[in-house]
Design a protein around this ligand. Structure first.
Ligand SMILES: CC(C)=CCC/C(C)=C/CC/C(C)=C/CC/C(C)=C/COP(=O)(O)OP(=O)(O)O
Ligand SMILES: O=P(O)(O)OC[C@@H](O)CO
Ligand SMILES: [Mg+2]
Length: 241
């Protein structure tokens, strides 16, 4: 399945986030296979911290050997790029105070992306409270949870800049996901594809965010920490509409 087909689907899609630093390539194969059996729609690969030896290429290779589902890079900077993937979320952290995260790393990565011939998916990345590690590293001015109008304004700004994807991110492992009210407000105001992630750890969360209008939900921690990944993914998929 390619990314065009992924976009054609009417239901909310499930993206499995794999952090290349968290496990060995053989474990990645197991995760990818189980997530596919559970019905995941595509894989994202990235992590905000580099905790060990960079095994990005090997991680993407392991997924590609296991499944034909698309693999989309989710780069923390230009070092998160590899020709082994299918596509890259070419993201700008619009609510960062640090210009490297709005335009700098994009400039560093762009020639590599051209060379690697990756499909480019332009994305506005927006950090919502609490924001977690990525909020801290990305020097984000986190969008207050009770201010959906700010999320709408940033999302529209992203769309008007030409971004096809808007990602509302509460931060990996957040104690609460992005409020469904905020998701709904953004969805009602944009034409771009809406991705929501951070803190979605049970089927109830997935259902609320899907009902609010997300086109994609991302789960990372829930997949990394569950013993039965297939059941975890299928429990999300069953509840999304
Ligand atoms: C387009 C290019 C080349 C770069 C974009 C650079 C930008 C805007 C980065 C945004 C800020 C950032 C640090 C993003 C990381 C995104 C990411 C991979 C998050 C998921 O990782 P976590 O699961 O939170 O990471 P840890 O588990 O390492 O905390
Ligand atoms: O690890 P979780 O909480 O699922 O978050 C996923 C993703 O939105 C992080 O960038
Ligand atoms: Mg992580």
């Amino acid at each position: 399945m390619n990314i065009e087909e992924l976009l054609d689907k009417e239901k909310t899609q499930h993206l499995s986030l794999i952090d290349p630093d968290e496990q060995s390539p053989s474990k990645v194969k197991e995760i990818a296979s189980e997530a596919e059996k559970g019905g995941t729609d595509a894989f994202m690969v990235g992590g905000s911290l580099v905790k060990g030896e960079s095994i990005l290429d090997k991680t993407v290779e392991a997924i590609k050997k296991t499944t034909e589902l698309p693999v989309i890079l989710f780069p923390q900077d230009h070092s998160g790029l590899t020709p082994k993937a299918d596509a890259v979320f070419f993201m700008s952290l619009l609510n960062s105070r640090e210009s490297m995260y709005t335009t700098g790393f994009q400039m560093r990565g762009a020639p590599l992306i051209k060379k690697f011939d990756l499909e480019v998916l332009p994305m506005a990345y927006l950090i919502v409270e609490p924001g977690g590690t990525v909020g801290y590293i990305g020097d984000a001015k986190e969008i207050p949870r009770e201010k959906p109008e700010i999320a709408v304004a940033y999302s529209l700004a992203g769309q008007y800049m030409g971004m096809d994807y808007i990602y509302l991110e509460a931060g990996s492992g957040a104690n609460k996901p992005v409020p469904p009210k905020m998701v709904k407000a953004v969805k009602e105001n944009i034409d771009a594809n809406l991705i929501v992630g951070g803190g979605i750890r049970n089927p109830k969360h997935a259902k609320a965010i899907s009902k609010a209008g997300a086109d994609f939900i991302v789960t990372g921690t829930a997949i990394e920490t569950k013993d039965n990944i297939k059941d975890a993914v299928s429990s999300f998929k069953e509840r999304i509409c």
